[in-house]
Design a protein around this ligand. Structure first.
Ligand code: BES
Ligand code: ZN
Length: 456
């Protein structure tokens, strides 16, 4: 391992230079005007894999964005690690809020700023660099590895699910390694063992054929903005409980042990509120902040559109109003079941004065893992080597839809060794990755391969 570690130390600057090139590609999966860039990014990933020394490098076309695969499977008798990550990124708007352009990576105070720096390009790169260090220094890897890097994580991973189902024998692995999550706190490496699921909708209301003069017609027809606000507001009560009938029925309650473990983590509501710039925290009554984020479902309004919002005043009753809403789900809620409950309830409460269109968008299932898998121990030791500190065990509020698929179809446990940070600004302006974590992540990944390979 010494030569592997010194290789990683010597190549520190080159890793950053590679990451800069990776981050320059605007692979925004949700925006079709970027389809060419997204495809170019898939080929960039494939080229990186070739340079690292991985084999069977292939870019698979899908009905959406390509999936990139490669492997090095020449360690018979050793475990097989499937490394998963995504090269697609979230949209960048509002652009004016970025201090430097999102696809012109800039380094300030030891952090690299660009869309995708933390989510997830910087985090996938660490595993390429780790594999390369082993291959270049030892001519081999201590484990078998398969890399599966997709371009549709930010839009629900539907094509990947189909791909895994179709190639389950070939993708068979003992453990899935994923870095696509933040650490609990700066300097505190974390292994994440739970994620929330997601159920997403667009709601459209139409009140009349066209916008109307609010003096001539106001009072005679319902206003879609008003109705939308009333409907949305009714979906959560004053205690922060979602009011959709049956919504909580399958929620797996937190065990007393888990609640205790959460309480032991170094977390302060006051500090958290201050960091977020929130005058006060708010959430479901009876639960702590970490419990609310990690183990309780929520209903959120992501955006509302309707009526006149320009300069000055305009007296108008808008014809239409729209909202994007989403529900974060926890074990054992099923997105399909929740979708039915939501649609039934929303159609029921929508007044006859509105024409309602409910459009389901992407989603994902929640996931929680057991902590007694040998790969979890290997990850824990690897983090200790890479960051000089034992990791804490966390759950997360975000979603990685494919993780539940790995569990169901490949029957493989996932180990989430994220090296992002809570203030990484993922999905927001000024996304960044701490370069110390980037380097520590490469070391940790190299140690993970080594420890797992010799644990067998
Ligand atoms: N990296 C995140 C997932 C994540 C976020 C894990 C926070 C842990 C903490 C991932 O790229 C992501 O944003 N996923 C989407 C999935 C959705 C579009 C189906 C999410 O959570 O919104
Ligand atoms: Zn993301």
């Amino acid at each position: 391992m010494e030569s592997v570690v010194s290789f990683i130390k010597q190549n520190k600057d080159r890793y950053v230079a590679d990451l800069v090139e990776f981050l320059k590609i605007p692979s925004v999966s949700s925006n079709s005007s970027h389809n060419k860039d997204t495809e170019r990014c898939a080929h960039f990933v494939a080229d990186m894999m070739r340079k690292v020394g991985l084999e069977r490098v292939e870019v698979f076309k899908t009905s959406g964005h390509p999936i990139v695969y490669s492997e090095w499977c020449k360690a018979p008798g050793r475990p097989t690690v499937l490394v998963y990550g995504h090269y697609d990124v979230q949209p960048v708007d509002p652009l004016v809020l970025w201090d430097t352009p999102p696809f012109e990576p800039a380094i300030r105070n030891g952090e690299i700023y660009a869309r995708g720096a933390a989510d997830d390009k910087g985090q996938i790169y660490i595993h390429f660099a780790a594999a390369e260090a082993h291959l270049k220094q030892q001519g081999k890897l201590p484990v078998n590895v398969k890399f599966l890097i997709e371009g549709e994580e930010e839009v629900g991973s539907e094509n990947l699910d189909r791909f895994i189902e179709a190639h389950k024998d070939w993708l068979k692995s003992d453990v899935v390694l994923i870095s696509d999550s933040p650490m609990f706190e700066r300097g505190v490496p974390s292994i994440c063992y739970g994620l929330r699921g997601l159920c997403y909708y667009q709601i459209d209301l139409r009140g009349t054929r066209t916008d109307l003069h609010s003096g001539s017609f106001g009072g005679a027809v319902a206003n879609p903005n008003f109705v939308l606000a009333q409907l949305l507001a009714s979906l959560k009560d004053k205690n922060g409980k979602v009011t959709i009938p049956g919504f909580y029925k399958d929620v797996k309650p937190l065990t007393a042990r888990e609640r205790k473990e959460f309480k032991r983590l170094p977390f302060s509501d006051k500090k958290y509120a201050k960091e977020l710039g929130a005058p006060a925290l708010w959430g479901e009554k009876g639960y702590s902040t970490l419990e609310r984020i990690w183990a309780r479902p929520t209903f959120e309004v992501n955006g509302i559109l309707g009526g006149f919002t320009g300069e000055g005043a305009k007296t108008v009753i808008p014809a239409v109003a729209m909202a994007k809403i989403s529900m974060r789900l926890v074990p054992n809620q099923d997105p399909e079941k929740i979708a039915k409950l939501f649609e039934k309830h929303f159609k029921k409460i929508c007044p006859k004065s509105m024409q309602l269109t409910v459009t389901r968008m992407h989603g994902g299932r929640p996931w929680v893992a057991s902590l007694d898998h040998p790969a979890i121990h290997a990850a824990s030791k690897a983090f200790e080597k890479g960051f000089g500190k034992r990791p804490v065990f966390t759950r997360e509020g975000g979603s990685i839809p494919v993780v539940a698929t790995f569990a169901d179809i490949l029957k493989a446990p996932s180990v989430l060794m994220g090296i992002g940070l809570p203030d990484e600004n993922a999905h927001a302006p000024n996304e960044k990755l701490d370069l110390g974590n980037f380097h520590g992540g490469i070391l940790s990944s190299a140690h993970f391969f080594e420890i797992l390979g010799h644990a067998a």
